[in-house]
Design a protein around this ligand. Structure first.
Ligand code: HEM
Length: 176
């Protein structure tokens, strides 16, 4: 199969815009649980941005499954190939899981899931305080897992760009 030299335009646009959106969400999430003053405003931002991330993650996953990615360098050690593959799929899983868990925990808690003024999402789980008690900390723990996976991903990208000086960073940064 012929492998492209770069990720396609849709993959690149989604990669960089979602990187900004997800980082913003992690900080908005952390800020809203510690700030009483800005809590309502930040929550009103958190829910629709989280749903947008869920929809974009689905588009991105479909695009990834339909289009083969550019290959990693042939001389990359096997352990690094394994780490890259595992962390990329972990990022996909977390991009889908985080918003779904946020939505599910509000459903289980019996809270209205307000997207915008007058537009509510339906509950995706029945009311269950026990389930809320499980999902609420899970949302927080997975936020840390997502944050550290992003840091590792960023470290690996910079290692390719500045240490190995191979084609990997350019595959996501520029087109054909
Ligand atoms: C990529 C998507 C998302 C990310 C990265 C994210 C991240 C976070 C973070 C970091 C926190 C703070 C956790 C803590 O300190 O315990 C949080 C809390 C929360 N998130 Fe999300 N979230 C996402 C999606 C969503 C969605 C879609 C919803 C709802 C529809 C949602 C609802 C909430 C709620 C209600 C809280 C807790 C507020 C509180 O109890 O004070 N999140 N989120």
């Amino acid at each position: 199969m012929n492998r492209p030299r770069h990720f396609n335009l849709l993959a690149r646009v989604l990669h960089w815009s979602m990187a900004a959106a997800i980082l913003a969400m992690l900080f908005v999430g952390a800020a809203m649980v510690v700030s009483l003053r800005h809590r309502e405003f930040l929550l009103d931002l958190h829910r629709p941005l989280g749903l947008a991330i869920l929809l974009l993650a689905i588009v991105r996953l479909v695009n990834r499954l339909l289009n083969a990615p550019p290959p990693l360098p042939a001389d990359l050690p096997r352990v690094q190939v394994w780490a890259a593959t595992a962390s990329h799929w972990a990022l996909y899983a977390l991009m889908l899981a985080m918003p779904l868990i946020g939505w599910a925990m509000l459903s289980a808690g019996g809270y209205p899931i307000v997207l915008f003024d007058g537009v509510n999402l339906p509950a995706i789980l029945p009311h269950s305080p026990a389930m809320y008690g499980f999902l609420r900390p899970l949302h927080g723990v997975l936020a840390y897992v997502l944050f550290f996976t992003i840091l590792a991903h960023l470290g690996a990208a910079l290692y390719h760009a500045w240490v190995r000086r191979d084609e990997v960073f350019g595959q996501m940064a520029k087109g054909d």
